[in-house]
Design a protein around this ligand. Structure first.
Ligand code: AHR
Length: 545
């Protein structure tokens, strides 16, 4: 392409000799470009050592959590179509979406926001008459409140997930939040419990996780760390979970607002909360500190989610690896005040945030989801797994139709994204025990971007089976993998790979199977497992010992 374009522009101006010189020059430049941007063609050999004799932390299933905000078509159309819809539904909730989410065993869903949470007043979303309000954060559209507390709990029940409820600290009151929890969780015949029964649910709900505010340093109220801390103590004390089953066994985990990216002010924020936690009394407590970090590139989001090339592929994947540094940075601060790691780092908003799709409402955060996003998801999940001792929960943003979603819908149509398939392939890693893998990743270079060519994690699932996930970031070279084992052996192996023709390949309503996992062959000979992983792919293998 480069040669053709340059040749055409110049040919009329030059004689035969000059053309020869020119062509030689062009060839030289082209060769330089090729050498600078690509490795020689051919498979790359990588040796992995899976050491099952040194098991690590449990990879908490909650790192595969989801986030569903009242934003664009995340809730309305994505989950809720209403009982009178012609789209097949159960009590207003889409059957196709429920079936898809059950398959990936969603452990928890964070709701109702995001920024929306700090403007949400729960009473407007219960009972037969719903107040019609506005959604000023996200396009200023009508919020019908037809999806409220009971619909959310019904949805969770249908997909088998736990509730992560974010209460309104920004524009609500501790009393409003406390009453919401009483409404949801008490088994005693209080007025609020009777109201819940009248709304169709006599038994108390379980609320596994409580988010105390959202980005309180920004859309959640622009608070200083000290001001937020005073609010945190009040909400942590008064917003109680009364569910008798939870009081006996697993308490509700309370999650405080933590840092959002790399801005220096978040060092002070994190220190303020963690220092206070170290001296906390019986009357307030936290179990998690949230961290938000999106893969954006630069703000406002301008990278295209489809129709991009290798440059943007390499750049975005480079940006996404910053997650590891951020986790290390904030974990180090947490370690100072909580060396026993009682407080989890909860990455409850993460994922790729690109430019809105042309023609969409910019407030709805609609983007496509490509093979690049599948690779990005695997790299982040691997980072969380490697930090499983501190990172015990994460919520990708957002579950349906918003940002890096699992599912896209359009009226009665539904399509599963490449990211969805990574979550499906990683199901065996939920609650599995981390097993160290060592390897020389090598490098993948494109233009001025260099990043590790390969990534891998391993884990032993709750039934004792060993699993290996390998991401080949390099879009141009197959990796020939040779796996040795310590502390275990391999008899056979089977797996599947997710890849596609192009770095920006997507699934669409018309072509839903462009990026779907396909079986691969893995050979075990002697003590070694060998397999070839395709360029730009995510592979998960189960190993029979
Ligand atoms: O996920 C979209 C928005 O990003 C959330 O509402 C907010 O918490 C964050 O800034």
């Amino acid at each position: 392409m480069f040669l053709t374009l340059v040749g055409r522009n110049c040919s009329g101006l030059l004689g035969k000799k000059s053309r020869l010189v020119r062509n030689a020059l062009i060839l030289g430049v082209a060769l330089l470009v090729i050498v600078a941007t690509a490795q020689p063609v051919g498979a790359q050999k990588v040796e992995l050592l899976v050491d099952a004799s040194k098991p690590g932390a449990k990879i908490d299933r909650n790192i595969f959590g989801q986030f569903a905000e009242h934003l664009g078509h995340g809730i309305y159309d994505g989950i809720w179509v209403g009982p009178d819809s012609t789209i097949p539904n159960t009590r207003g909730i889409r059957n196709d979406v429920v079936a898809a989410l059950k398959t990936i065993k969603v452990p928890n869903v964070r709701w109702p926001g995001g920024c929306f949470a700090d403007e949400y007043h729960w009473r407007k979303g219960i009972g037969p008459q719903r107040a019609v309000t506005l959604n000023p954060n996200w396009g200023g559209v009508i919020e019908p409140n037809t999806f409220g507390t009971n619909e959310f709990m019904d949805f969770l029940d249908q997909i088998g997930a736990e509730a992560y409820v974010s209460v309104n600290v920004g524009s609500g009151t501790p009393q409003e939040a406390a009453e919401w929890l009483e409404y949801m969780t008490t088994a005693q015949p209080t007025t609020l419990a009777k109201q819940r029964a009248a709304d169709g649910h006599p038994a108390p709900y379980k609320v596994g996780f409580l988010g105390i505010g959202n980005e309180s340093w920004d859309c959640g109220g622009n608070m200083t760390a000290e001001y937020y801390l005073s609010q945190l103590k009040i909400y942590s004390h008064f917003v109680r979970n009364f569910n008798p089953a939870q009081q006996e066994k697993q308490q509700m985990l309370k999650i405080a607002v933590g840092p959002g990216g790399d801005d220096p002010r978040f060092v002070d924020w994190t220190q303020t909360i963690m220092k206070a936690y170290q001296r906390h009394s019986w009357s307030w407590d936290i179990n998690g500190l949230s961290m938000h970090s999106y893969t954006v590139g630069k703000w406002p989001p301008s990278y295209a989610s489809v129709g991009f090339g290798e440059t943007e592929y390499a750049q975005i994947l480079k940006y996404t690896l910053d997650m590891e540094e951020l986790i290390d940075k904030y974990s180090a601060i947490m370690n100072e005040y909580d060396p026993q790691k009682k407080v989890a780092l909860v990455v409850d908003e993460w994922g790729a945030w690109y430019a809105p799709l042309p023609g969409s409402n910019p407030g709805f955060l609609v983007q496509q989801n490509s093979l690049r996003d599948a690779i990005l998801a695997s790299l982040n999940l691997n980072i969380f797994a490697r930090h499983a001792d501190r990172v015990r929960m994460a919520n990708i943003a957002q579950m349906i139709n918003v940002l890096q979603s699992m599912i896209m819908t359009d009226k009665e149509k539904m399509v599963l994204t490449p990211t969805y398939y990574v979550y499906k392939m990683y199901v065996p890693f939920q609650d599995a025990t981390f097993v160290p893998v060592t390897f020389d990743a090598g490098v993948y270079t494109y233009g001025d971007v260099t990043l590790p060519r390969l990534d891998a994690i391993a884990a032993r699932d709750t039934a004792g089976k060993l699993w290996l996930a390998i991401t080949n970031v390099d879009p141009n070279h197959t990796a020939e993998i040779e796996v040795s084992f310590a502390g275990t052996s391999a008899k056979s192996a089977a797996g599947e790979t997710l890849t596609a023709p192009k770095v920006d390949s997507v699934n669409t309503f018309d072509a839903p199977n462009t990026v779907v996992p396909r079986p691969i062959t893995a050979n075990v000979q002697g003590a070694k497992l060998t397999l070839k992983v395709e360029p730009k792919s995510v592979t998960v293998v189960s190993i029979v010992q």
